[in-house]
Design a protein around this ligand. Structure first.
Ligand code: ASP
Length: 399
């Protein structure tokens, strides 16, 4: 595992340095790098859905009675707690620095014009529950299909027929086979990750950062505070883990998250480092990490809060304190609802700024910097999942 992690990091560095060294000509290798990166992502993602569903069904079916409810509550409390802290850090910084002010509005999408609009929060709550699991399985948003998996796991644990036990074994088989498949795909990770890094640098480059540089800096610093201050403090206060040892053990997952900008694609690695590196009890780890990969997205929530306020500042929409609190609340919930795939935040931000009357096309100003910040926020998302898994699950004593 250590060797693969090192090779992934080497791939990441080589891809980025190679593309940076070539400058604009790096784009000429797009015909090679884009398919290699994209196919690697697809190979991983196509295994993630059955892996996540089987992991969650099994975790719910196998967690000891009593543990399940306790684990669920603690996961919920920590998710809301850590996400709220993240959003508070982001919103405070963006309101202090105000990176959106002082830019010529006529250069903005839709000429900086503002028209009132509304969003439907009630419908968003209803949509967490799928009417048809097969349709839900085809959606980018994993939350409804995970709700289905929890339901199936609950029903499985209370069905005491021989057929139900065989089904449970079958689900374990699905999980084992997907895990083996992921192992195969991961041997290609150094290559795939290198190609992804190459394309990220070739497309964005450092120049893409300049126009919204202050915004990117605020988001980056806020994400750094969450990862390097809040998580170590949480681990110290709420578990017996040593933060340094924790971060050393989870490095492969952080490298994957950074390279792929997708919590979902990182899930197999996250499950493995929790099991092998942190030695979190398996059922608890599977439960927390599969739910967390979709629902506990501290970095995403932070970023969405910062981006929404930044765009409102750009468009001169002055939010009152209650409105800022509303943005904070929406960001916490949006962090739960945002899919774990690259750039999933962008449509969410568009919808929210739309409800303040800012044209949804305003998100275009973020696009140049989005990939790099996506890589950073996804790393924070995955670190947050592992922090919660370690706090709630503790450490196995055997082995
Ligand atoms: N890329 C993020 C993730 O997978 C989601 C987002 O913020 O766009 O965790």
């Amino acid at each position: 595992m250590e060797r693969l992690a090192l090779r992934i990091l080497a791939g990441l560095a080589l891809g980025a340095i190679g593309a940076a060294a070539l400058g604009p000509t790096a784009m000429e290798l797009r015909w090679l790098m884009e398919p290699v990166g994209a196919i690697f992502m697809r190979l991983l993602l196509c295994l993630v859905l059955p892996l996540a569903i089987s992991a969650l069904v099994l975790a719910v079916a196998e967690l000891r009675p009593g543990t399940l409810l306790g684990t669920g509550w603690r996961l919920l409390a920590l998710t809301l707690g850590l996400t709220s802290i993240a959003v508070a850090i982001g919103i405070t910084l963006v309101q202090l620095v105000r990176p959106g002010e002082g830019i010529d509005r006529s250069t903005l999408p839709a000429d900086g014009k503002v028209t009132p609009a509304t969003t439907d929060a009630v419908q968003a709550v209803i949509d967490i529950f799928p009417a048809n699991p097969f349709l839900a399985a085809t959606d980018r948003n994993m939350v409804p299909i995970l709700v289905f998996a929890v339901l199936a796991g609950l029903a499985l644990r209370r069905t005491e027929t021989p057929a139900a036990r065989r089904l449970q074994e079958g689900v374990q088989g699905v999980f084992d086979v997907c895990a083996a498949g992921v192992g195969m795909v991961m041997t290609l990770a150094p290559l795939g990750v290198g190609a992804l890094a190459w394309m990220a640098v070739a497309k964005g480059g450092l120049e893409a950062l300049l126009p919204v540089g202050r915004f990117a800096l605020v988001a980056g610093v806020a994400l750094g505070l969450q990862a390097l201050v809040v998580y170590p403090v949480a681990l110290r206060l709420l578990s017996n883990a040593k933060p340094l040892a924790f971060f050393r053990a989870v490095r492969p997952a952080l490298a994957m998250a950074f390279a792929t900008a997708s919590s979902a694609a990182t899930l197999p690695t996250t499950l493995r480092v929790a099991d092998e590196g942190l030695r979190v009890p398996r059922e608890t780890g599977r439960f927390i990490l599969t739910v967390g990969a979709s629902a506990n997205q501290n970095g995403t929530a932070l970023y969405e809060g910062v981006a929404i306020l930044f765009i409102c500042q750009l468009y001169g929409v002055d939010l009152t304190l209650p409105q800022q609190a509303l943005v904070a609340g929406v960001s916490v919930l949006a962090g739960v609802g945002t899919a774990g795939v690259p750039a999933a935040s962008i449509p969410v931000i568009a919808a929210v700024v739309g409800s303040f009357g800012v044209p949804a096309e305003a998100v275009a100003v973020l696009v140049g910097v989005d990939r790099l910040l996506d890589m950073c926020r996804t790393t924070v998302n995955v670190a947050g999942d592992l922090v919660i898994a370690r706090i709630v699950g503790g450490e196995r004593d055997e082995e």
